[in-house]
Structure formats: C-alpha cells, structure tokens
Design a protein around this ligand. Sequence first.
Ligand code: PLP
Length: 492
Amino acid sequence: MLLYTSTRKDSTYISADEAILRGLAPDGGLYAPQYFSKIDVEQLAGMARARLWAEVLSKLLGGYAADELENIVSTGYKGKFPEIIAPLINTGDINVLELFHGPTSAFKDIALCLLPLFMARAAKKLGIDEKILVLAATSGDTGKAALEGFRDAQGALVAVFYPHGGVSRAQYLQMATQRGENARVCAVLGNFDDAQTGVKRIFADAELNDYLRARGYRLSSANSINLGRLAPQVAYYFAAYLDMVARGMDMGEKLNFCVPTGNFGDILAGEYARQMGLPVGKLICASNENNILTDFINTGVYDARRPLLKTDSPSMDILISSNLERCLHLLSGGDCALVDNMMARLRADGAYTAPELLTRAFKRDFYAANATGDEAAAEIAREFRETGYALDPHTAVGAAVMRKYAEATGDETQCVLLSTASPFKFSPAVLRALGITPPEDEFECMRALSDLINVDIPAPLAELEILPVLHNDIVEKTDMGEYVKNIAAARA
Ligand SMILES: *Cc1c(COP(=O)(O)O)cnc(C)c1O
C-alpha cells in the first residue's frame, strides 16, 4: 500500500488515513507520498466526472478503493457542485478552468467538500473516538470553505483564523455570518503568515496537544498542508486535459497550465498530475506584488525578508508558501535532510538558497512571473472588452502572467488558466478595473457587476446581505494557542 513520509525525516511511513488526520507531521514537515502511480490518461476519457475524480484519487490515496472514493466524491459534491465540477470555458481568446462553482465561490471548495468525508473515514478506520478540532489559517477563501465543508460533520469542530483587515469584505462577511454550532471564527492581529505560523506552532506544541487530548480533542488541519486537501485538486488537471482533447487537442500533446499561486498548493497538484503521467508542459506560477515565488524559481533564493504587501488579490498575499516544501522534497528526489536544512535556515535567517541542481529542476517544470495590481486590472478590462468575460483579480494575475510567458518565450503550447474565484467575491476591485467607481455598499457592487457582465450573483453571496454577523472574536497573534485551549475547555 502507498504510504507517506514527512518531507523532513523519512524514518516513519504512515497511511493516507493517518496523514489526513494528522495534517502536519510531528517534525513540522508535510506528508508526501512515497511514490506516484501512473495513470493511463486515455482510459479516463468519457468517464463521468465523479468516476474520473475517484480514479485519480485512488492512485494518490493508499488504501482507498476507487468505488469507495466515487461514493465519497458523489456524496461530498451532491447539491454543492454542478454535474461538471470544473467547466473549461473558452472565452474567445483564452481557456479558463472555472474552479469556483462550489458553495463559497472559490476553488478551495473542491477539496474542502471532500475533506470531512476523508477525515470521518480515517477516524473510523483508525478507531479514533476523540472529536476532531480542525484548524485553518486563511488568506480569505480556505476559512469559509472549511466552515461550509464541515458544517454538518459530526464530531468535528472548526476554528478559522484570518488576518484582521486582510480579506475582502465579501470574504469577511462569508466567515463572520457562518451559522452552525461547530464553527469558530477569529481575526488575528497580524497578516496571513502570522496566522499560518500560529497554527503550525499549535500543531507542534506538545503541551497544548496534551491539554486538548485530555478534553477529548485531537487536532487536524484544513489547510493545503493536509494531504486530503491536495489530492482532489490533482483530479481537475486530468479533467481539463481531457476537455482540451475533446476540443481537438491531440491525446499525448503537452498542455501548459497557468496557476494564480499563494501557498503553492494548487500548482503543486499540477506537478503531481505530471508525476502521474499527465502530459503537462510548463506550470506557470503567477504571483501578485508578493513575488517571492517568482524570485525563488528564477534564482533559487527564497528570501522572506521583505514586507507582505496588501493587494487586490488577497488570497495570494503570502510570503511563506507551505507547499513549496513538498515540491522541494519531490524535485530533490526525496532528500529530507536537505529540505529539513532549508526549512531550518528559513526559520533562523528568513531565507535559504536551493542547490543548483534543484533550481534547475524547478526551471525545467515551472515558469514564474508576477503581475502588479495595475497589470491585473488592465487584464480584467481587456478581457471584458474583447470577449465579455469577467475575470476575478486572482485569475487576472494569472492572465497577465500567461501573456508575459507567451511574450517572453514564444512557446505556442496550448495553455489552460486556472480560475480560482468568482469575480463577485471581489466586486469592488473588478468594477474599478472596468472603470466604474464602486458603490460604498458591497451588495450594490455585486448588483452593479451582475448588470454589467450579465451573470447572476451566486446565491450564497447574495444572501450574505441579510445574514447577521455571529462572530467577532479577535486575538493577538501570540494568543492563538490560548484561544484554541478555550474552545476545548468550553466544550469539554
Ligand atoms: C487560495 C487561493 C489562491 C492560491 O492558491 P494556493 O493553493 O494557495 O497557491 C489563489 N486564488 C484564490 C482565489 C484563492 O482562494
């Protein structure tokens, strides 16, 4: 059976169930598969989507049969996603993979609608009867997707930490109005990196974990550090490829993907798809003004000693890209000692340098560039003017970088742009890009945008207008552990 090891030490191998339940390895590393099984892409052609998802997942999650996974996928997406989970749209000039048709209008739903089912199965298999306390640090979209995904999950509690003032108004309202007894939402006085570091510290805090255990809780993670978050994302790369073939691309031909990137989870799923035999050409890593990944891929130097800037694409405002660690591990041939060393440097000095060979491996598989807010806005305006299609600000960063890639390289390989969010989640920014002064009120903005682009506002976003704010907790970044303790104490 396929097992998983920490990216920092490969002395113990654990099952997919254990990796999903734990979220993060005790040594601070992320769980990575021992090897990748190949998939014959041609055999997936014509399959119903749930089946296709299951076939891909069964190759990534050891110990899960495809039939069981098909059941998990159908159950998890039922009533939450349309039949075609991730439609591939040709806008007239670009191919856009729309990943935002789930309950919270961002791509994170694709994994977070399934994660609770994976966790429930894992707990059952491993005979664990503690309640699961799921922690998520969010740059805006993971939080709501986790709250929604776990809304009806029995025996699970979800606590979400978001940067105070660091998310869009719609993202804030989505989280602050969350109903359900098992939801905790808390603003952190800091940025996303502070929230993510705080969550990682909680995982590594043995005393805190003992305290929780004594009260019947066990921690897990809903961030893309969790293997169960990553795995479902691999499936849509295969689906998009087959959609391109259905539209005339030759089977076996290479296909590029451009991915608006923050924590490097979504784009890493593309690298996993490549490892599993999908003919992936370049993975184009698009960043906003927080261009640390651009610098890393181009130079091999990861240097986090720079300010985190607030942008119109807040879900990509990240300096510590967690999943890059999995990619360092993968492309170094599983060199845990090297990864451990680089991560220690990052903690101690705020920077590390990858060895030459590893940098070359990155350049072989990836291309990286960044786009400013103005460049992304210009892309929104141009795309709408020429095709009538409205991009969200994150996807627009991707579109701008995709153009830069084509200009810089002349590569004529076809390319799919991953669209990570609905434009309605960021209506004021989209309106501004289209040359319209956004109204004060968020919902006026949504309506103005809807009229302009002739697309209905997604119902879960429209209904936020009448929902009461239920959460207003706020903590210092140093008090996140205490906050988690209090949750368990109150419920025990
Ligand atoms: C999370 C998110 C991203 C970044 O995805 P990663 O997997 O963290 O790289 C991009 N766009 C949107 C809208 C997101 O919510």
